[in-house]
Design a protein around this ligand. Structure first.
Ligand code: ZN
Length: 466
C-alpha cells in the first residue's frame, strides 16, 4: 500500500519543539500518521494531499489531563457551587442515576466537544462506572470519536462515599487490560484513576497501587483540593515509597511546599484545573509553587458541569492567577511590579501541550510538532479579528483564541475536523442523544435533593469527616 501523505503548506508553525521553535511560514509533511518533516519549504510531494495553511497558525494538538467527561450532560449546572455543593449535587444526586447509555451519551458529547476545540488528547477521568456495562459504554464512546484518549478507570458512585473503605472494582480494570485496552499503542489507552489516600483509606490506596503495578498502568489521583489536602497525603505516600514518575497529581493546591518537592524528586507530574480550583475553594492554583519545586504542570478542564470545555479559558486562568501572585510578591518586596514576567504565554502553551503529553505518559508520541512524533495537529484561522494583525502568534493563541477559530484538527494523521466541522459526525443525532439522556436522568431523579435545571438549584452542602 502507498503511504498516506499530507502536506500542510505555508502556515505559521508553532512547533513547541525546543529546537525547531517557530516558522513564520513553513511546511509540514505527514506520512502514515507520523510527522516526517518540518521546514520553511518542502517541495511538491508526490501523491500528497495538500492542505493550504496560508491563512492559518499550525500547532500541536492540546492535551487535557483530567476531565470527568460523563458530566457533560449536566453542563454548567454547578457553575455557582462550591466543592461541597458539587459533592451533593453530582456524586450524591446525579451520579447513581446514569445508565450505561447515559454514560455513552455524556462521553460522546464531551469528547467531541473537546476535539472540536483543538484538544486532541484527553484523560477521561471516569468515576461513574457503576457496572461493567457502564465501563464498556464509556470506552465505546471514546473509541467512536477518533480522539486520543487515556481512559482513567475511576470506579463508580459506590466508591465516592468518602473516606471510603470500599475497594476499587479491580476485576473490571483487569478485564479491560486483558481485553480491549491491552495495548498502550492504540488511540484509547488505559490508566488507573485512583481515589488515593484523601478519598479512601491507606489500605485501599495501597491495594490500588498494587493493581496499577500488576497491570503496568499509570495512576492519576486528586490531591490537595481544599481542606482534604492539608493532612499531608503526599508525605504519607512518600513514607511508603509510593511516589513515582507513573503518578500524576491532580490539583495540588493545599499540599505543603515540601510535599511538592517530594513529588518533583520522585518524577511525578501534575495537572492543575485553575477555573475549578478558584471557584470551588480548592485553594490558589499551585502553578508557581509547582514550578519552584521543579514540576511544570499540565492543564485540565475537570468538570464541564461547572466550567467550559476548552483549554483557552484554562490557559488564561492559569496565567492570570500566577501573574497576580508574582506582582503581589514584587510589591511586597517594595517594587512597583515584577522586573520581568515570571510566567509567559509560551510557558502556559507548554503546559497545554508538551507537559500534558508528559502527564499522560505520551511525550515520546505527541505534545510537540517534531519529526518522528504522531501527527496530532491543529490549525487556527488567522483571517479573523482576533489574529489580525498577527504580531505575536503564541500570545495571540493564548489570549485571543477560542474554539470557533479551530478550523482543522488531525489526530494520528487523520483529519477529524475540516473547515470548522467535525468529519463524519452527525451533530443533530449526538445532540438528541444528549438531550434524551439528560431528560431521562432528571425524570428518574424525581426532584431528589431539589434537582432542577432552571439555574436556581444549589444543593445542600455535603458533610464529610474533613
Ligand atoms: Zn477531578
Amino acid at each position: 500500500m502507498k503511504p498516506q501523505k499530507i502536506l500542510i503548506k505555508g502556515g505559521v508553525i508553532v512547533t513547541m519543539d525546543p529546537e525547531l521553535r517557530e516558522f513564520s511560514r513553513g511546511d509540514m509533511l505527514i506520512e502514515d500518521g507520523r510527522i516526517v518533516a518540518i521546514a520553511e519549504s518542502i517541495p511538491g510531494v508526490e501523491d500528497a494531499e495538500v492542505i493550504d495553511a496560508s491563512n492559518f497558525m499550525v500547532l500541536p494538538g492540546l492535551v487535557d489531563t483530567h476531565r470527568h467527561t460523563w458530566q457533560s450532560l449536566f453542563r454548567n449546572i454547578a457553575s455557582d457551587w462550591s466543592l461541597s455543593h458539587y459533592f451533593t449535587g453530582l456524586h450524591g444526586t446525579i451520579s447513581e442515576l446514569y445508565t450505561a447509555e447515559d454514560t455513552y451519551a455524556g462521553n460522546l458529547l464531551g469528547t467531541l466537544e473537546a476535539l472540536s476545540s483543538g484538544i486532541t488528547t484527553m484523560l477521561d477521568w471516569c468515576h461513574n462506572l457503576n457496572t461493567p456495562e457502564h465501563t464498556d459504554a464509556a470506552v465505546d464512546a471514546l473509541v467512536a470519536t477518533g480522539a486520543r484518549v487515556v481512559f482513567g478507570h475511576g470506579g463508580g458512585h459506590q466508591h465516592y462515599q468518602v473516606v471510603s473503605h470500599v475497594d476499587h472494582p479491580r476485576e473490571d480494570v483487569r478485564r479491560l487490560r486483558r481485553g480491549r485496552l491491552a495495548s498502550d499503542n492504540g488511540l484509547v489507552t488505559l490508566c488507573l484513576a485512583a481515589r488515593g489516600n484523601q478519598f479512601a483509606t491507606m489500605e485501599v490506596t495501597e491495594r490500588d497501587w498494587q493493581l496499577a503495578n500488576e497491570l503496568d498502568l499509570r495512576i492519576s489521583c486528586h490531591f490537595g483540593d481544599g481542606e482534604w489536602g492539608k493532612g499531608r497525603p503526599i508525605a504519607a505516600l512518600a513514607e511508603r515509597d509510593m511516589l513515582s514518575p507513573k503518578l500524576t497529581c491532580v490539583h495540588c493546591n493545599s499540599l505543603a511546599d515540601d510535599e511538592l518537592k517530594m513529588l518533583a524528586d520522585a518524577g511525578c507530574t501534575a495537572s492543575i484545573a485553575p477555573d475549578i480550583e478558584l471557584q470551588m475553594g480548592h485553594g490558589w492554583p499551585a502553578t508557581g509553587r509547582l514550578i519552584k519545586a521543579g514540576i511544570k504542570p499540565s492543564l485540565s478542564i475537570d468538570v464541564c458541569s461547572s466550567n467550559g470545555g476548552h483549554l483557552f479559558g484554562t490557559m488564561r486562568a492559569a496565567l492570570g492567577t500566577q501573574r497576580g501572585f508574582d506582582n503581589e510578591e514584587a510589591r511586597n518586596a517594595g517594587k512597583a511590579c515584577v522586573d520581568e514576567m515570571q510566567t509567559t504565554c509560551r510557558d502556559v502553551l507548554e503546559f497545554a501541550t508538551i507537559r500534558g503529553a508528559q502527564a499522560c505518559g505520551l511525550e515520546a508520541k505527541i505534545g510537540s510538532l517534531t519529526p518522528g512524533k504522531q501527527a496530532d495537529v491543529i490549525m487556527i484561522r488567522t483571517d479573523s479579528f482576533e489574529m489580525t494583525p498577527l504580531n505575536n502568534p503564541i500570545a495571540q493563541f493564548v489570549y485571543n483564541c477560542h474554539p470557533g477559530l479551530v478550523d482543522t484538527v488531525l489526530v494520528n494523521g487523520n483529519v477529524v475536523k475540516r473547515d470548522g466541522k467535525l468529519v463524519g459526525v452527525n451533530f443533530e443525532e449526538m445532540r438528541q442523544l444528549a438531550y434524551k439522556s439528560r431528560d431521562a436522568i432528571v425524570l428518574r431523579a424525581n426532584g431528589k435533593n431539589g434537582l432542577k435545571l432552571d439555574g436556581t438549584w444549589v444543593p445542600k452542602q455535603y458533610h464529610t469527616a474533613v
